[in-house]
Design a protein. Sequence first.
Length: 458
Amino acid sequence: MNSPGSTIAAIATAVAAGVGSVAIVRISGPEAQAVGGRVFRPAGGGRQVWESHRVQYGHVVEPASGEVLDEVLLLYMQAPRSFTGEDVVEFHCHGGMICVQRVLEQVLSNGAEAAAPGAFSQRAFFHGRLDLTRAEALAQVISARSRRAAALALAGLDGGICRPIEALRQQLLEQLAQLEAHLDFEDDLPSLSPDVVRKNLQAVAEELSRLVKDSRQGQCLQRGLRVAIIGCPNVGKSSLLNYLTNHDRAIVTDLPGTTRDTLEAEFSLRDVPITLVDTAGIRKANNPVEKLGIARSRQVLKQVDVIILLFDINLGWSEADQALAHEIPEDVPYLRVGNKVDLLDQRKARPNDKLESSLTISTITGQGMEDFTDALLRCCGLTDLERLDTSLNDRQASVAQKAIEALARLEDTAKAELPWDFWTIDLRDAIHRLGEITGKEVSESILDEIFSKFCIGK
Ligand SMILES: Nc1nc2c(ncn2[C@@H]2O[C@H](COP(=O)(O)OP(=O)(O)OP(=O)(O)O)[C@@H](O)[C@H]2O)c(=O)[nH]1
Ligand SMILES: [Mg+2]
């Protein structure tokens, strides 16, 4: 991490050859203007005009030799009216990789230090520009992989997490003040009903539980799901991957044992980002290459959030399918899906009555795909995505869970009819936890850990 008073710099945009027409080098700190001034030369040799929130046009040069490193726009934002709350200078360079990197190198050799990951956001937090939940939402906006995920993150940026958590914390603080007043001035105050206090605390715990429950769905939207298609050879696994991704990604033939390696493709299913893994059909194989592929299929079983166990509905659910189902680890949910139902319709036969209720699809006609999508999302606990308007991230949910546990201990204290001062211990803990979510009460080491997960330049 950078020391607090230092002037830091980093490239704030993605760096890749041939991509992006603009790339930004951002400098923040007390020396930002001095550092920027050393390497910037205004066009036409005029003097530098350092007015806040005004753009200058010119070049970044190597000061000693005068070599031009890039043609830039310079934007100066004086403290506190900047993202970090400090003096900020931005060089808007040409996109790509080389020029912007050379500009950064020059800035770093002229008095700025390289910004650690998340350093700009951390400074914004320290200067009160953002609370912790908004800073985290910002990182989620950047990493969003679907429109829904971006919308959730933007809601967090708008205070969608901070506001309800802060309101609950206020309720607990008021309760604590009331209990403490009773401890100090019991005789002068009207008596306090333990039942009323309990009800208030229970209401807070319930609201927190709802937020934690919703966060599981929100995190699926943010992080996405890893889904594997597993099954015997030739049942149509690769065809299903091609159908869902709407792309001729995997080789499909009528020969069993076509797929020899695992193959991944990304797509969105009702706005849930999904990484779909196609696997080699599992059977007893002699071919050494196929054997290796099958070993990989078995590895995949342990590395995904959910499994689609595909079988051929015309052949019915076989012993081999049942054996495969047994191989799926207990904690991984799976969905049994019968493929090639189009052929079954033609013969008007149902080879296995037991499967009447099971999901059937066709990767050729698209039959059954809506129900299949519903079932897949339900299998992952994604039942009412439309209702979701904000979502705690992993860290916030686990801290909220600790607050819920503190309130549960308080409930035990209440049941045991212990005196008020026992109540205040866990109440303080719950308040502290909620402060940890918004950043009102959080240690420096936790902050360092949170911001270190951000990208460089953010
Ligand atoms: N009629 C019909 N044929 C299908 C359907 N899905 C796949 N097939 C055919 O079944 C054959 C096998 O399809 P694949 O997608 O290669 O099967 P796979 O499970 O990936 O096979 P392996 O990679 O060998 O394990 C191909 O000839 C497909 O065209 C379907 O829904 N209906
Ligand atoms: Mg295949």
